[in-house]
Design a binder for this molecule. Sequence first.
Ligand SMILES: Nc1ncnc2c1ncn2[C@@H]1O[C@H](COP(=O)(O)OP(=O)(O)O)[C@@H](O)[C@H]1O
Ligand SMILES: [Mg+2]
Length: 288
Amino acid sequence: MIEENGNIDKSWISFQNVSKSFGTFFAVDNFSLEIPQGQFLGLIGPNGAGKTTLIQMFIGLLIPISGSITVDGKTISRKNIALKRLIGVVPQHMNLDKDLTVLQNMTFAAKLFGIKGKQRDQRIHDLLKLMGLDEYENRITRRLSGGMARKLMIARALIHDPKILVLDEPTTGVDLISRRKIWEIIGMMRKRGLTVILTSHYIEEVETLSDRIVLIKNGSIVVQGSSKELKEYVGSTTVSYNETTSKIAYRFFKDRMKAESFANSLDVDHSVRSLTLEDVFYHFSKEA
Ligand SMILES: Nc1ncnc2c1ncn2[C@@H]1O[C@H](COP(=O)(O)OP(=O)(O)O)[C@@H](O)[C@H]1O
Ligand SMILES: [Mg+2]
């Protein structure tokens, strides 16, 4: 919430020592994170890092075995309906009703939140228009392209005017043009003041959109910061070279001159370039 003195609450959303195990395996392990209101948070990590498990706990679908998750000081739970109404979710897997039309999927979602009458029709119309789906409202959902289906999932997640939008890999399997359009739409949501939590394995997506990026691995935070901070943490310059004929190796340098002198000492094919967020991801993901 915006506090009375006008300051943004820096720990509006708070994960406190959250863990979740399946049997003896910890998918999320003592995870703590605070998200200020209005922030766009990007969550990246290799497959199996625990991103979806975190999101499912955040939306009350899974219960942590320890720790707690709060929004504005109130604890998320299966029963806290008022809190759930603050959140709009785009899950990782398609869960639209494929036998319904676009409009029927939206109407069904509106009914779940008790949105009725003219207000409902107006809201659905506005959201479908925003997503560029207004011309397809009578199309059966199974006939939508992957990109259109994802856009419909985003429209549906926004039906009850949530304050927090959670998107779990929203552009997986979406063509390039639709992906960029989806970036535009979720970027717009952030500008409208929504707090956004996005998981993705498209580094460019996370880098383009996020104010802050959290890299997770084995259910814990490895490193977090802005894209610039994360890059500076690893270095400024990348030298890639053929370690063997089939294996490319990477070395990261804080100092470009050192990178160049290292590159000059190599007698194999190599290249020197600016360090990217993908290098950061690679660096931390491959470390044991
Ligand atoms: N219901 C479940 N039962 C057992 N293991 C699970 C279950 N859900 C997730 N896992 C495991 O927890 C780990 C984290 O999964 P997930 O949160 O889906 O990762 P991510 O979304 O980052 O790819 C994975 O190793 C996955 O196999
Ligand atoms: Mg996942």
